[in-house]
Design a protein around this ligand. Structure first.
Ligand code: ATP
Ligand code: MG
Ligand code: FE
Length: 335
């Protein structure tokens, strides 16, 4: 089975070919980070324009690298949401055009289902499993009883983890996207600054990062007003510690409560060194739970993960018509 995956939900134009649901044959990503950097974040209009310019080239490159023709493809999997609507539409329309012209079945994929299925490119899934999804727009604990079935047992009530990283980075005058810069700084500092941890109600698997973000900003401003200097690496380390502690503790609790066989890390923040290390330390000693962490290239946005999710949805009989639309508010549980 050969799947062409297409992803354009945010600021990466991506296409990939995967075989039998698990084998990456090609995985092409054109990043727009350089174009958005000077604005300190993704500018939707610029993102759409870049997708239009890059989409055809990226798809052709994915086919060339895989040495595959359109006629070899069994299905096209495309991100239908969530994301920036103008960005999603470019990928969806490219997918529909190819599907129509070559008579290839089309499957719509939820972007977060893709992030979770990036793990299946590393290791076969075993159910029930728990996925910790930490990305630019999402922070969720997702329980899966079987392929293609997603239950959100906890989610952020305000900022996503990646969003908090990017905002804190901006306060420290670090370039966009700030997550990797905070991660690097944190390795050089000491977590010596007291910052809050949002545990929320007893037993809740929800998250909250806006209080922590405000605490970081206030700490900096207060120090500035007193004419004191705070070492940015210590602030980064303290912030990162707070984020990681809450994510790790809640993930371990949920894994135990639901007796899962695997824990999968997913989303752009899964690239975080501190988080990878903390989760590994927690789960290495546990015999009945296996922790899977994708390599960095599969954590951030790519189309191989969309093809991987699309592969199982295709097998389950999911199909989209030529009326498929970009859906910025698509719910994971409706997948
Ligand atoms: P979503 O997947 O929720 O739609 P997105 O696609 O924009 O959002 P991703 O591309 O999955 O998000 O992840 C990007 C986020 O990951 C950014 O916020 C970025 O700062 C963060 N990130 C990347 N590397 C690291 C790192 N090493 N440490 C912390 N955060 C990181
Ligand atoms: Mg991105
Ligand atoms: Fe993403």
């Amino acid at each position: 089975q050969i799947i062409l995956g297409i992803e354009t939900s945010c600021d990466e134009t991506a296409a990939a070919i995967i075989k039998n649901g698990r084998e990456i044959v090609s995985n092409v990503v054109a990043s727009q980070i350089e174009s958005h950097k000077r604005f300190g974040g993704v500018v939707p209009e610029i993102a759409s324009r870049h997708h239009v310019e890059q989409m055809t080239l990226v798809i052709e490159e994915a086919l060339n690298q895989a040495n595959i023709q359109y006629d070899d493809i069994d299905a096209i999997a495309v991100t239908e949401g969530p994301g920036l609507v103008g960005a999603l539409l470019i990928g969806v329309n490219a997918a529909k055009a190819i599907a129509f012209a070559h008579g290839i079945p089309l499957v719509g994929v939820h972007h977060i289902a893709g992030h979770i299925y990036a793990n299946r490119l590393i290791k076969e899934m075993k159910f029930p499993l728990l996925s910790l999804v930490v990305s630019g727009g999402h922070t969720e604990l997702v329980l899966m009883e079987k392929h293609g079935s997603f239950k959100v047992i906890g989610e952020t009530r305000d900022d996503a983890a990646g969003e908090a990283y990017d905002k804190v980075a901006r306060t420290l005058n670090l370039p966009y996207p700030g997550g990797p810069h905070i991660d690097r700084l944190a390795q050089e500092g000491q977590p010596s600054i007291k910052l809050p941890r949002a545990w929320l109600e007893e037993g809740s698997y929800d998250f909250s990062f806006s209080g922590l973000k405000s605490a970081v900003i206030n700490t900096l401003h207060n120090a500035e007003q007193r004419g004191e200097k705070i070492a940015p690496e210590d602030l980064a380390a303290s912030f990162q510690n707070s984020v990681i502690e809450v994510l790790t503790v809640k993930t371990v609790q949920a894994a135990q409560q639901y007796q899962v066989k695997q824990v999968l890390l997913a989303g752009g923040v899964a690239a975080n060194k501190g988080l990878r290390q903390a989760l590994s330390e927690q789960f290495d000693g546990m015999e009945d739970v296996e922790l899977i962490i994708p390599p960095l290239s599969l954590c951030t946005d790519n189309a191989a993960m969309i093809a991987a999710a699309g592969s199982v949805l295709f097998e389950k009989g999911k199909r989209a018509g030529l009326d498929l639309n970009g859906n910025p508010g698509l719910a994971l549980e409706s997948q």
